[in-house]
Design a protein around this ligand. Structure first.
Ligand code: SF4
Length: 465
């Protein structure tokens, strides 16, 4: 993409709008001009030979939203996309919606601002405030001394088409897993020393990845023992394990998880369409997902979340409806619906030209199909977020049956709680009394993490000094 600015510096905002409207941003030329004399912002657009311009007259002091608005009106006639989120570009829209209520004095006023100033469509405003109505009572009860613990196992049986995480394929497990766990245990020990010097307590634990169920039953038991022997887990109310791929777990592994205290399991098929699963790099079938659910219920899990992705290659609204129906038959307590995000470091990005992705209009319909189906089954949206720079600016939404909302998901998106992370790629976020946060990052690369573990552990030991 080619973006030229005159009279201002809001490049990020101008670029954001291009990503919202076009799947081929590299073919867009945008010029954004702020004219102080006439108090206006003009945007000129050219895309594949088509051109448009829009001039916004300002009635208040110039700000970055004016660049977004002017670009929005210039771009929208050149795209079939309706951009239901208008210019609301925050990746945490519920956090922004909550602060708007404080700023404007009431929910009604905040809704009016979203509608009139940010051009957010009515159904999306309703979605935002439905989420807030579920999560606000949970956030109100949050103990300021509580923290969450994230334990990362960034290893997977194979790499999914859309993945850009730092996770690595398992390969020869004896070379990959034991050295990683040894490093992880050093960091766990260091963090536990630091935490024991404070009055914080752990409320939720999330063992994620990657696919933690690539570990053998003994390795899982060892990990859970390490955690319970080093940390006080007596106040943990939610203990999640991301089982991810249904082909990685066995009754023995699930028994180790139950024994270790896990009370929430994620089984993430992404789709129940056998035609799609191999395309996205999965080596299991929809029927394996059904068997995995049965195994998990048999092991005693009463809280199972399933992730799905809308917009997968070759899928239609009917495929999404069918995926949901097959999941409903398994009665998951939560379903999280993501929209496909084409990440720069993914295989999908490399092969995008040859991949038959649904149109953005179809993805919009998939979002509607999903929301209607889930609401009619008694699931309510309880957390949501968006990715930066995505086509359509589409949302990812977690739905839960009442009482099954994940605290961890709410805290991490609303950034109201300190998240302590161990493992490669872990991001530790300390939230202070004013609600501001500071972050520290572990290396994403597993080998670099292992090489640097002594220094990483030392940093963790000093985390609260
Ligand atoms: S399961 Fe998740 S972490 Fe693993 S390859 Fe797929 S997307 Fe990446």
């Amino acid at each position: 993409m080619n973006v030229q600015l005159q009279g201002h510096d809001f490049r990020y905002q101008a670029e954001q709008m291009i990503f919202v409207f076009f799947r081929d941003p590299e073919n867009v030329f945008l010029e954004s001009i702020y004219d102080e004399k006439t108090q206006s912002v003009t945007t000129h657009i050219s895309h594949n030979g088509r051109k448009n311009s829009f001039t916004l007259s300002l009635s208040a002091p110039f700000c970055s939203d004016d660049v977004l608005l002017s670009a929005y009106f210039a771009l929208s006639p050149l795209s079939a996309l309706k951009a239901p989120w208008g210019i609301l570009s925050s990746t945490r829209p519920t956090k922004q919606a909550r602060s708007m209520v404080w700023e404007h004095g009431s929910v009604e006023q905040a809704k009016k601002v979203l509608r009139d100033r940010f051009l957010v469509r009515e159904d999306k405003i309703d979605l935002l405030y439905s989420v807030l109505s579920v999560e606000t009572p949970i956030l109100t009860k949050q103990d300021k001394k509580s923290v969450s613990l994230f334990v990362g196992i960034p290893i997977c049986p194979s790499r999914c088409l859309y993945c850009s995480f730092g996770c690595v394929p398992q390969g020869k497990r004896e070379h990959r897993i034991p050295p990683y766990l040894a490093a992880l245990y050093q960091e766990i020990d260091a963090l536990s020393e630091a935490l024991s010097q404070t009055d914080f307590f752990i409320e939720t634990v999330y063992v994620g990845g990657g696919t933690p169920t690539v570990l053998l039953p003994d390795e899982l038991s060892c990990l859970f023992d390490r955690l319970s022997s080093r940390f006080d887990l007596s106040r943990v109310s939610e203990y999640t394990l991301e089982a991810g791929r249904p082909d990685t777990f066995t009754p023995e592994k699930l028994a180790a998880c139950i024994q270790g205290g896990v009370n929430r399991l994620c089984i993430n098929p992404q789709t129940m369409q056998d035609k799609t699963l191999p395309v996205i790099g999965r080596s299991h079938t929809a029927s394996d997902v059904e068997k995995a659910f049965a195994m998990a219920r048999e092991a005693g899990f009463q809280n199972i979340n399933s992730d799905i992705i809308l917009g997968l290659p070759g899928e239609t609204e009917d495929d999404v409806a069918d995926t949901l129906n097959r999941l409903f038959a398994l009665s998951p307590e939560e379903i999280t619906a993501h929209t496909l995000y084409i990440k720069r470091a993914s295989e999908l990005k490399k092969h995008i030209e040859k991949t038959p992705l649904p149109t953005p209009e179809t993805v919009e319909k998939m979002l509607d199909v999903t929301q209607n189906a889930l609401l009619s089954r008694g699931y309510a949206p309880y957390y949501m977020y968006k990715q930066k720079n995505t086509l359509g600016n589409f949302e990812n939404v977690g739905y839960a049956l009442p009482g099954y909302e994940s605290l961890y998901n709410i805290y991490i998106i609303e950034e109201t709680q300190t998240i302590l992370s161990v493992g490669a790629g872990g991001v530790t976020k300390i939230v202070n009394a004013e609600g501001r946060n500071t972050r520290s990052f572990n290396p994403k690369d597993i080998l670099m993490y292992q090489d640097r573990i002594t220094a990483i552990a030392e940093e963790k030991r000093n985390l609260f000094l």
